[in-house]
Design a protein around this ligand. Structure first.
Ligand SMILES: NC(=O)c1ccc[n+]([C@@H]2O[C@H](COP(=O)([O-])OP(=O)(O)OC[C@H]3O[C@@H](n4cnc5c(N)ncnc54)[C@H](O)[C@@H]3O)[C@@H](O)[C@H]2O)c1
Length: 401
C-alpha cells in the first residue's frame, strides 16, 4: 500500500519506521528542516527511528516531504499531528485542522484516513470527516477510522508490534480496511464498537495515570507530615498481591500526553454538563508539586534560597528521553527563581533548552534531581553538591520526598 503519514514527530516517525517495512511510506511534515534531515536518513528526534528510516530510504520505501500534492495517490493516510492545549488549557485542534486541509485538498482518489492523534470522543466523526470534506475539491467519499497511538517513547519492551492497538471505523468497511493495514505490522488488533469508544479509552488510560500520580504525590506530602517514608510505605502496600498498583511520587507529570490528555476528557465532559472533578484536582496537585519541592528544599536550607546556587539535574520529563515538553523541571526552575536562587541545569541527554546549554554537573550549593537517566552516575550526582534533593527516590543517601 502507499501510506502517507501526516506529522513526522514521535508518533508519525515511529509509525513510519514500522509501516515502511511493509509499505511505501510518504512522511509528510510541514517543517522543511525535519523533511531535509529525514531525507538524509537522520532522525530529528534523538533516539527515534534513525536506523529504520535510513534503511527504508535505502530500499526506496520512504521519503519525507512538505509538498501536499505528493500524497495525492495514497491508499492510507495516517494523521499524527500535535493536539496540545491552548493557554487556557482547552483542546487546540488547529494542527488537526491544518492536517485535514492538506489531506482534503490533496487526495485525488478515495483513501482510508486514520487518526492516531489523541483527542476527545467525537473528533473523528464531528471534526475530521467534515473538515476533510470541506477542503476536498473533488468530493471523494473517503473512509475514516481512529486508532489512538499508545507508543511510550524510550520504551523497548512494548512497541508498535506487540502493543495491542484499539481501532474503529466510521463504517464497517473502514474498520475492515484499518485492520488490514495495521495487521501488516501489529500483532494484536482490538476492534471496538465505535470511534468514540476508542477515543475515550485513550483519554481514560492517560487520565488513570494522571490521577494516580497526583494521588501518590499528595500521599508523599501526607507521609512527610507524618514523619514516615513514602517509599517504604508504598513498598509495604505493594506487597499486597491484588487490588493495588504502585505509582511513585515525583516532581509532577510531563510530556505530550499525561498533563494534556485528561484536559481533553474534562473538556468533552463539560460540554455534556458533567464536572470532571478528579481531573481538575489531579492537575492542581501535580502542578503544585514543584512548589512543594522547592518549599521543602528551602526549609532544609535555613529557610532561604536567596543567592544560593542551585543545579536542577535531569530536565526532560522522564528518564532516557530528550523530550522537555511540559517538563516539571521548568516549574521547579521557575519556583527556585522566585525564591531568588541562581539556577543552572544539567542533563546529559537534553543538550540545549530554554536558550541555554546543559551545564557541567556540580559547582552548586544545592542540587535537585528531577529526572534520573540511566546513563547518570548516581554517586557523581550524590556528591555533586553539599545538599542533594532527589525527587525520584532512587539515589540512596540523598534527601527526597
Ligand atoms: N509522543 C507520545 O508519546 C505520544 C504517545 C501517544 C499519542 N501521542 C499523540 O500523538 C499525536 C502526535 O504527537 P507527537 O508526540 O508525535 O507530536 P510531535 O510534536 O513530536 O510531532 C508532530 C509533528 O507534526 C508536524 N506537524 C505539525 N502540524 C502539521 C501539519 N499540519 N502537517 C504536517 N505536519 C505537521 C510537526 O512539525 C512535528 O514534526 C498527539 O496527538 C499526541 O497526543 C503522542
Amino acid at each position: 500500500m502507499k501510506v502517507a503519514i501526516i506529522g513526522q514527530g514521535y508518533v508519525g516517525l515511529t509509525i513510519s519506521a514500522f509501516a515502511s517495512k511493509h509499505h511505501q511510506v510518504i512522511g509528510f511534515d510541514n517543517s522543511l528542516e525535519n523533511v531535509e534531515r529525514l531525507n538524509k536518513g537522520i532522525s530529528h528526534i534523538e533516539g527515534v527511528a534513525s536506523e529504520d528510516i535510513a534503511e527504508a530510504i535505502s530500499k526506496g520505501r520512504y521519503f519525507a516531504t512538505n509538498i501536499p500534492s505528493e500524497i495525492s495517490d495514497a491508499d492510507v493516510v495516517v494523521i499524527a499531528v500535535p493536539t496540545p492545549l491552548t493557554m487556557d488549557r482547552k483542546p487546540d485542534l488547529t494542527y488537526i485542522e491544518s492536517a485535514c486541509k492538506t489531506i482534503g485538498s490533496s487526495l485525488l482518489k478515495q483513501a482510508l484516513i486514520i487518526n492516531e492523534s489523541t483527542s476527545f470522543p467525537g473528533t473523528l466523526r464531528e471534526y475530521i470527516k467534515p473538515l476533510v470534506e470541506k477542503y476536498s475539491t473533488n468530493k471523494l467519499d473517503h473512509l475514516y477510522a481512529i486508532s489512538p497511538e499508545r507508543v511510550d517513547p524510550g520504551r523497548t519492551d512494548w512497541n508498535q508490534k506487540n502493543t495491542p492497538r484499539l481501532f474503529a471505523g466510521l463504517t464497517q468497511e473502514a474498520s475492515d480496511r484499518t485492520r488490514e493495514f495495521y495487521s501488516t505490522f501489529c500483532d494484536n488488533l482490538v476492534e471496538v464498537s465505535s470511534p468514540e469508544v476508542a477515543e475515550a479509552a485513550k483519554l481514560f488510560e492517560n487520565t488513570f495515570r494522571q490521577v494516580n500520580i497526583a494521588l501518590v504525590n499528595e500521599f508523599a506530602e501526607i507521609s512527610h507530615a507524618l514523619g514516615i517514608s513514602v517509599h517504604e510505605t508504598l513498598e509495604a502496600a505493594n506487597t499486597k498481591p491484588y487490588g493495588f498498583m504502585k505509582f511513585n511520587p515525583s516532581a509532577g507529570v510531563g510530556g505530550h500526553c499525561i498533563p494534556v490528555d485528561p484536559s481533553y476528557l474534562a473538556h468533552v465532559a463539560a460540554t455534556k454538563g458533567v464536572p470532571a472533578t478528579f481531573i481538575e484536582r489531579a492537575n492542581e496537585v501535580n502542578l503544585e508539586m514543584p512548589k512543594y519541592i522547592v518549599e521543602r528544599v528551602k526549609s532544609e536550607n535555613q529557610g532561604s534560597l536567596k543567592g544560593k546556587k542551585v543545579q536542577v539535574i535531569g530536565v526532560s520529563y522522564k528518564p532516557n528521553v530528550a523530550d522537555v515538553r511540559e517538563t516539571p523541571a521548568e516549574l521547579v526552575i521557575e519556583a527556585l527563581e522566585v525564591e531568588g536562587a541562581s539556577v543552572s541545569w544539567h542533563d546529559p541527554i537534553v543538550k540545549s533548552w530554554r536558550g541555554q546549554d546543559s551545564s557541567p554537573l556540580g559547582g552548586s550549593n544545592i542540587a535537585i534531581v528531577v529526572t534520573l537517566h540511566s546513563s547518570m552516575d548516581q554517586q557523581a550526582v550524590l556528591t555533586s553538591a553539599p545538599y542533594v534533593f532527589d525527587t525520584t527516590g532512587k539515589i540512596v543517601g540523598a534527601k527526597g520526598l
